[in-house]
Design a protein around this ligand. Structure first.
Ligand code: NAD
Ligand code: MG
Length: 384
């Protein structure tokens, strides 16, 4: 088996640690070239001691001295800061970069890796939401330059293998509906941070868990699917499927629909992205089809989940709208987690930033950076 030289950006997070479990379970298949973390220096130091990468980046250097002291290997070059992280993404030495960063922080590293000709396994959906137009210049129709990690997009890719993509009619992205699927508007006014962090089917980082609770996550995924698969927005629909067994579906022009199924476990799409176009054994529980079970579907509810509607509208508007949606949502989620604003204020912050944005800006790297910064200031200042 060919050795894959792998870099994991965001190795201390939920996706990053699960990717390292896959590396650990397959000795001799991967060599870890670089690992990165933001503030969790203890875990990053443990990972360095175990996986002995050539390079490690800690973007937040507040605990640099303790971090250095915890590292027992001498062969790892240590770096600090965002610019170093992006430079590592674009540097030579790896065959595949797994981007498991969260938020806009992942965008420039994705761009640098693609520019340098590397393959990118992309968990950081925000990269495509903000800069899909710039990133897809480096992508080919074989999907082997930019490979999805998100379970829905991995499902779509698995459904497309061997199919003529020009005969694709519709993408159906499934959503669990999150913890508030059955709550009425009145009850939703009183949602606490604890309620929102309690996702029924998936155990994930805090930001995506809140995005799942507002269903902004599904909106971001519709935008992500548009760029990954070059499919027009009107051909992408979301549907609520509370069991999270069908991870997404593709309908073709002859009326046939393919679905990819499995128990909800991110290790499967992570491993698929690391081995694509191959597939290999994964030690994970299987669905028992001999037992009675129900797969149910419900339409999405824009009234109770306005974030989803805002995302769909931002995609239709195009240009910088998705980048403004993303930045304002990142701040709104952080403010909600800080208990500064309530759950129902999250879409209010996003709408305010979308409505007051400069809609004439062209999508360029400089404009994206500028708009991200300006939108964050506005979203922080917004009084709900
Ligand atoms: P997480 O919060 O658990 O981990 C994020 C990682 O990024 C950590 O290593 C952290 O140190 C690093 N990081 C955070 N802020 C940073 C910054 N400003 N600069 C540099 N590094 C920073 O997040 P996660 O749940 O692993 O999600 C990662 C990405 O994968 C997100 O885009 C998310 O939407 C996507 N995703 C996650 C899941 C999941 O199950 N967790 C599923 C699908 C998609
Ligand atoms: Mg997903």
């Amino acid at each position: 088996m060919k050795l894959t030289k792998l870099t994991i950006l965001g190795s201390t997070g939920s996706i990053g640690t699960q990717a390292l479990e896959i590396v650990r379970a397959n000795p001799g298949q991967f060599r870890v070239i670089a690992l990165t973390g933001n503030s969790n220096w203890k875990l990053l130091a443990e990972q360095i001691n175990e996986f002995r990468p050539e390079i490690a980046v800690l973007t937040d250097d507040a605990n640099a001295a303790q971090f250095r002291a915890a590292i027992k290997v001498e062969s790892t070059t240590l770096m600090f800061g965002q610019a170093e992280l992006a430079a590592v993404a674009g540097s030579a030495g790896h065959d595949l970069v797994l981007n498991a960063l969260v938020g806009f922080s992942g965008f420039i590293p994705t761009l640098r890796a693609l520019e340098a000709g590397h393959k990118v396994a992309l968990a950081n959906k925000e990269s495509l939401v903000v800069g899909g137009e710039l990133l897809t210049r480096y992508v080919n129709s074989g999907h082997d330059r930019l490979i999805p990690v998100d379970s829905e997009h991995s499902a779509i890719l698995q459904c497309l293998v061997g199919e003529p993509e020009k005969e694709l009619e519709k993408l159906t992205i499934t959503a669990s509906g999150g913890p508030f699927r059955t709550w009425n508007l009145e009850r939703m006014r009183k949602i606490t941070v604890k309620d929102a962090l309690n996702h029924p089917n998936w155990d994930m980082g805090a930001k995506i868990t809140i995005d799942s609770a507002t269903m902004m996550n599904k909106g971001l995924e519709i935008i992500e699917a548009h760029w990954f698969f070059d499919v027009a927005p009107e051909k992408i629909e979301a549907v609520v499927h509370p069991q999270s067994i069908i991870h997404s579906m593709v309908t073709f022009t002859d009326g046939s629909t393919k679905a990819q199924m499995g128990l909800p476990d991110m290790k499967l799409p992570i491993q698929y992205a690391l081995t694509y176009p191959g597939r290999q054994y994964l030690d994970t529980p299987r669905l028992d089809w001999s037992k009675a079970q129900q797969l149910t579907f419900e339409p999405v509810d824009y009234e109770r989940f306005p974030c989803l509607k805002l995302a769909v509208e931002a995609l239709a508007e195009g240009g910088m709208a998705p980048a403004v949606l993303n930045a304002s949502n990142e701040i709104a989620v952080a403010r909600f987690l800080n208990e500064e604003i309530s759950y129902i204020d999250i879409p209010r912050v996003v709408r305010h930033c979308l409505e007051s944005r400069d809609s004439n800006l062209e999508v360029t790297l400089d404009n994206l950076i500028h708009s991200d910064k300006e939108t964050r200031i506005k979203a922080k200042a917004f009084r709900a």
